[in-house]
Design a protein around this ligand. Structure first.
Ligand SMILES: [Zn+2]
Length: 406
């Protein structure tokens, strides 16, 4: 890959004359230009490996001399106002956007390893974030169901999916949608860890567990502030779950995210947090399951037959479809075969039949079947449609949707 970093290193005669500030700016500029979300700078055996996350997958970008490891970590520490001399403890910080490195904001994380400090930089491009629900890549049915859920005055809407599945963007889009729909007539409050984006007409609060300003503490006070809509960054403990359920039952619209392997699995997760099934059945109005899936590169994608072992996972009538596509990789897609990502989602709307299934404490697998019987198109079904349209590959679908969700 020819990039600014490589060209800079080639132009240097002796290692001693490398200017660290310039090198670091070039690393960031190269990553931004490639559309990366993160940069990993990691000391390995004989060199520093710089990898970037492109559309969710790590890709090597450069190798640097191992001797530079302290200087590079040191440079990021200065940029993020961290403690330069501290090298044996993790540190985290923020760097405001600057034209020197492409007008992006950076979140820097430094972590000590036995070979020196590993630096991971998360890149936020304020220009590329859109919070229009219609522009996230959702299919029309998801948009219809999601906006219908958001039109209800109360109840809980939960978003679930692995890290990096677009939950934060989707929940901000939901708030943005509510602001657009109701303007100043609606009172929206959030409790987050951390606040990632400032939204107009929303009062956002960041928790601070070190000072015991936790989710439960913040939420209990917030309830006295007369909010109509409450966004909780994440439900990860029983106390927060109990307050969220109570708020949903007492006339508030509650939006939150929760970690779970599947959409139907959210209910077992909340029951494990000591929420009674009858409370869940009456408070949760819907669950949106999210994944981000890479799209085939338009420049190199071509007809392709998937591996027989993968094909066997499909219904017989689809195995011979002529529409499978995959790209071998080209300069346009940084030799990955993929360009850009799009949202894949399933929307579980809690209706009478599903409520009954929650009350019967059915296991997750059976809850999932009830949801599908009641009309939910699963991640797998929706993804398969995208594969058969040639938008993505069967391999990619299997990477993001686990086999037990078929
Ligand atoms: Zn390509």
């Amino acid at each position: 890959m020819t990039n600014l970093t490589t060209r800079y290193l080639q132009s240097i005669e002796a290692q001693e004359s490398i200017e660290i500030g310039t090198l670091v700016n070039y690393l960031i500029l190269d990553a931004v230009k490639a559309g990366a979300s993160d940069i990993h700078i990691e000391p390995w055996d004989s060199s520093i490996v710089v990898r970037v996350r492109l559309a969710g997958v790590l890709t090597e970008m450069a190798h640097l001399p191992l001797e530079l490891v302290d200087k590079i970590a040191g440079r990021f520490k200065v940029m993020a106002s961290l403690i330069s001399y501290q090298t044996d403890m993790p540190q985290e910080g923020h760097v405001a956007a600057s034209p020197e490195f492409g007008d992006v904001e950076l979140r820097v994380s430094i972590f000590p390893t036995v070979r020196g400090e590993k630096t991971v930089v998360r890149i936020f491009d304020p220009r590329s974030r859109s919070f229009e629900i219609g522009k996230l890549g959702f299919d029309d049915e998801t948009i219809r169901l999601f906006t219908q859920l958001l039109a209800r005055p109360s109840g809980m809407i939960l978003l679930t999916g692995p890290t990096g599945s677009g939950k934060t963007t989707a929940i901000y889009s939901a708030l943005y949608h509510l602001v657009q729909r109701s303007g100043p007539a609606i009172s929206i409050s959030t409790v987050e860890d951390p606040v990632e984006v400032n939204l107009p007409m929303v009062s956002q609060t960041q928790i601070n567990p070190i000072r015991e300003f936790t989710y439960p503490v913040a939420l209990r006070s917030l309830m006295r502030q007369d909010p109509q809509v409450i966004m909780i960054g994440e439900i990860r403990d029983a106390e927060t779950a109990a307050i969220a359920v109570q708020a949903g039952l007492t006339g508030h619209l509650v939006l939150s995210t929760i970690h779970s392997g599947s959409t139907a699995g959210v209910f077992a997760r909340l029951i494990n947090m000591e929420i009674e099934p009858f409370l869940l059945a009456s408070s949760v109005s819907g669950v949106l399951g999210l994944r981000l899936i890479r799209k085939n590169c338009p420049s190199c994608s071509m007809p392709h037959s998937p591996e027989p072992s993968l094909l066997r996972m499909l219904p017989a009538e689809l195995q011979s479809s002529p529409n499978f596509r995959k790209g071998p990789g080209c300069p346009e897609c940084h030799h990955t075969g993929y360009a850009g990502r799009t949202a894949l989602s399933e929307t579980l709307v809690v209706n009478e039949a599903f409520r009954e299934a929650i009350l019967q404490k059915l296991p997750t697998r059976q809850l999932q079947q009830v949801a599908i019987r009641e009309g939910m198109e699963s991640l797998w079904q929706l993804g398969l449609r995208r594969v058969l349209d040639g938008q993505t590959t069967l391999d990619e679908l299997m990477r993001v949707v686990s086999v037990d969700q078929f």
